[in-house]
Design a protein around this ligand. Structure first.
Ligand SMILES: N[C@@H](CCC(=O)N[C@@H](CS)C(=O)NCC(=O)O)C(=O)O
Length: 233
């Protein structure tokens, strides 16, 4: 099998999703520390210059959702998607809701939280409005039993864990609000996800790099900011 290479940086929630999926699928891969870049050479690998990129034997792939589907299509032995079409669509529905209406929203606030910038009150207000709708949607949709689509963790669980984790940090910091507590019923699921070996490996590297990242950016956020649901151990 061609060696898979994951290009990315351990602070990135999207990089961490792909890395966790590779570990859960027990696929051998090389993790190559790489920052996002607008250099023409990097945009050959990632059209928007974003991380993660997965280098495959067939070429480079960017966009996390595409990478997750490629991994499950190309290496189905351990699948992270439900087999049944409806359940599979429900998995994608959850991923889309979190990607568009949670992660892409809180990302608009990263500058003022993690990067030493300032967020405009209008941005904080518009993000809050969409988060209200997303929280209601996820309260309706997420009922772990014990994982989001049944007995085994899948794409939706991994996607939700890393993206709700970063959203939790932002919403606590900006709004003094816990998106995870508002959704409700996620404590057991969160603890199960947090204790998985894949999560421990990925989060260990996250914590090693996060404090440095915040210091380098003069961020208002502190790496040891307490999160009730996220163990910073
Ligand atoms: N839609 C992309 C988002 C990836 C993303 O936003 N990556 C961030 C790091 S978490 C990045 O590369 N940021 C640099 C930039 O936007 O130029 C995906 O699904 O992979």
């Amino acid at each position: 099998m061609t060696q898979l290479r994951l290009l990315g940086y351990p602070v990135s929630n999207y990089v961490n999703i792909v890395r966790a999926a590779l570990i859960e699928k027990q696929l051998p891969f090389e993790f190559v520390i790489t920052r996002a870049s607008q250099d023409a050479s990097f945009r050959e690998l990632s059209p928007l210059g974003k991380i993660p990129v997965l280098e495959t034997g067939e070429g480079p792939l960017a966009e996390t959702v595409a990478v997750l589907d490629y991994l499950d299509d190309a290496f189905p032995a351990i699948s992270l998607r439900p087999d049944a079409p409806f359940e599979r669509a429900r998995s994608r529905q959850t991923i889309n809701i979190i990607q568009l209406y949670v992660e892409a929203q809180v990302r608009q606030l990263f500058a003022g939280v993690f990067m030493g910038g300032r967020n405009l009150p209008e941005t904080e207000a518009s993000v809050r409005g969409m988060l209200d709708r997303a929280t209601a949607a996820l309260t309706q949709r997420l009922h772990p039993a014990p994982f989001l689509l049944g007995e085994r963790p899948g794409q939706a669980d991994i996607f939700a864990f890393y993206n709700l984790g970063i959203a939790e940090r932002v919403t606590r910091f900006v709004y003094d609000r816990s998106i995870i507590e508002e959704i409700g019923g996620l404590e057991g699921w969160w603890a199960s996800m947090e204790s998985r070996p894949a999560t421990r490996e990925v989060m260990a590297d996250f914590h090693k790099s996060f404090a440095t990242y915040l210091a380098d950016h003069g961020a208002a956020y502190r790496a040891d900011e307490p999160l009730r649901l996220v163990s910073d151990a």
